[in-house]
Design a protein around this ligand. Sequence first.
Ligand code: UN1
Length: 499
Amino acid sequence: MKTFRNFVAGEWVAPASGEYFDNVNPADRNDTIGRFPLSNSEDLERAVVSAQRGFELWKRTPAPERGDVLRHVGDIMTRRKEELADLMTREMGKPLTETRGDVQEGIDTAYYAASEGRRLFGKTVPSEMRNKWAMSYRRPIGVAGIITPFNFPMAIPTWKMFPALVCGNSCIFKPAEDVPHTATALVEIFLEAGLPPEVIQLLHGAGEVVGKAIVEHPSIPLISFTGSTETGSQVGATCGRMHKRLSLEMGGKNAQIVLDDADLDLAIEGVLWGAFGTTGQRCTATSRLILQSRIHDQFLGMLLDRARAMKLGDGRKKGTDVGPLINEAALRKVENYIDIGQAEGADLLCGGRRGQGRDLEAGYFYEPTIFARVEAGSRLEQEEIFGPVLSVVRVQTAAEAFAVNNGVKYGLSSSVYTRDVQVAFQALQDLDNGITYINAPTIGAEAHLPFGGVKQTGNGHREGGWEVYEFYSETKVGYVDFSGTLQRAQIDNYQGSAD
Ligand code: UN1
C-alpha cells in the first residue's frame, strides 16, 4: 500500500510521530487508497518556520507574477480534470459529474485569482490639504492556516488558498482526514506551476491534534475554517482570545420553498439535486422543503416517485445518482436523526434505511429519505444532518413560508419557486440568508460571487468573488505631504477657526 507524506519546508516528509492513518474509499471499505501521516505540533513547528521564510519571499513577488502562478495552476487542473475527478470520487464518493464540477470550481477560482493579481485595487482620494496625497492599498498578512472539510475536496481549499496566495500570504494547509489524496494532488499542482516550495506547507492528520495546533499557534495570524458550527465556535474562541483574523463557514439548514403558482416540474428537479446531490453533504444542501398547501399533496407524490427511483451506488459507475456518505460516523449521525424524526411524529415516506443489495454492502450508503408532516421548531427541522434526509413542512402562505425559512439558527442559502415577481423580490429582501435563489435550488454558487451565510453559518466574512480579497489582505493608508510645511489635519483647514 502506498504511504503518503506531508509537504514541509520544501520536501515530502514523514510525520514526527511516525504514525499514519488509512484513507479508504467510502463506496468500498476494502479499497484502501493509502496511508497518510498523523501530524502533530512538532511537524507544525517546522512548517511555521518554513512558511515564514516563504512569506518573506512571496510578499515581495509582484502580485501579477503571483497571479501568473495561479494561471498555471488553472491550466494544469484543466489538463488533469478527468484524472482528478476520478481520484476524488474514489476518495470521497460523490458521482463523477459532481467531482468534475468540483475541479471546475477550482479552475474558475484559479483564473479569477490570476486576474485579481492585476487588480488588488486600493483607492486614491483627495486630501483635505493642499499638496498632499491620500491613498489606501493592500498588504499581505502572513502565514495563513487553512482548515478544510471533505465535501468539496478541491473547490473549498482553492477558494481559500488561491486568494490567500495572490494577496501574498503563505499557507499551511490541513485538509480533512477523509480527503488527503486530493489535497496531495493540489499541492503537487502548486509545485508544478512554479509556486516557491516554502510558500505552501501540507500537514495531514486529525483536526483535534494538528488542526487545533494550527489555530493555537501564535505565528499564524490568519485562520480560515470550513466545518461544523460546534468546531467553529471553538476555533472562534481561540482566535478571539489571540486576536487572529478568522473566516468561518459553518452549518446550514437550507430550505426550498415551493409556492402554489410555481412550475412544479422545475421545482422537482431543483429539490432532487439540492437535497440528494453530494448525498446531502453540502453546507448548501436542501434540508427542508416548504410547500404551500394547495400544491402540497401533488408535489409530494411527484417527488416520492422520483426520489425512490434514484440510483444509489459507486460514484465511479455509470448511472449512479447518489454516492455513499463519507464514513461510519456520518452514517450513524443520519441514523440517529431518523430515530429523532420518528420519535417526533414525522411521517417517514421513503428511505430511512441503509442502501440495500450486495453491491452496496461494503460502502456507507444510505437511501434518499423524505419525512413529511415535519413541525417547524422540531429537531428534525432545526438541526443540520449533513446527509440525504429531506424534511417537508406544510404552510398556508408565502409569509408563513418565509417565517419558517428564517426560524432556524443558520442562514446560508434559500430557494423560492414562484412565477410572481413581487413575491420573488419580497423573498430576496426578507429571507435571512447569505444567498437566495429564485427558481433554482439551494446549491449552485458560482466562484466569482461572494459565498457565505448569516447568523450561525458564518462570522461575517465571505469566500469567493471580490470580497474574499478583503479577508486575505490588510488595508494600509499612505499620506504624502509635499507642501513643505506642517499642515495640521482638522485644525489648519478648519474654516470656522477663530485664529
Ligand atoms: C459547500 O456546500 O460546502 O453552491 C460549498 C454550492 C457549491 C459550493 C458548496 N458551489 O453548493
